[in-house]
Design a protein around this ligand. Structure first.
Ligand code: DQA
Length: 146
């Protein structure tokens, strides 16, 4: 089974983008760490990033049924996108919302998340390690299922 890790806008610049907030690791570093974690649990990793809302929605559709779950850092679309919420609401698999930073200690506009309305679980402020923990949690949920 496959776990999808999905990244939204500006996360292609991870490592260069506001490193004081998001850290020095690149998105490829995060992908490698997620792959190691997924494979350690017998899962296959699909890892994608797009700056385009429609591309994120298409990937959600592709994994909405039959996958081990979806880890999504929707970037700023978290706070704006009803379309991504609607796509997540079609999912039959668990969804872990992931934010590198602790959005709750930042600007007020980052405190509301449309993604949270569809998420099984939410990670914020764990840095890039949050992705690894989210993948581990999806493996745990798979094992816990009857
Ligand atoms: C983010 C937090 C969002 O508010 C921001 O727009 C991002 C990244 C995070 O990972 O902390 O792009 O999702």
């Amino acid at each position: 089974r496959t776990v999808l890790v999905l990244n939204g806008p500006n996360l292609n610049l991870l490592g260069q983008r506001q490193p004081e907030i998001y850290g020095a690791e690149t998105l490829s570093d995060v992908e490698a760490r997620c792959r190691t974690e997924a494979e350690a649990h017998g899962l296959t990793l699909a890892f994608h990033q797009s700056n385009a809302e429609h591309a994120l929605i298409d990937w959600i559709h592709a994994y909405r049924v039959g996958s081990a779950g979806i880890v999504i850092n929707a970037g700023a679309y978290t706070h704006t996108s009803i379309a991504i919420l609607d796509a997540l609401n079609t999912c039959e698999v668990p969804i872990v919302e992931c934010h590198i930073s602790n959005v709750h200690r930042r600007e007020a506009f980052r405190h509301h998340s449309y993604v949270s309305l569809a998420a099984t679980a939410v990670m914020a402020g764990f840095g890039t390690h949050g992705y690894v923990l989210a993948v581990r949690h999806l493996a745990h949920l798979r094992d816990a299922r009857p």
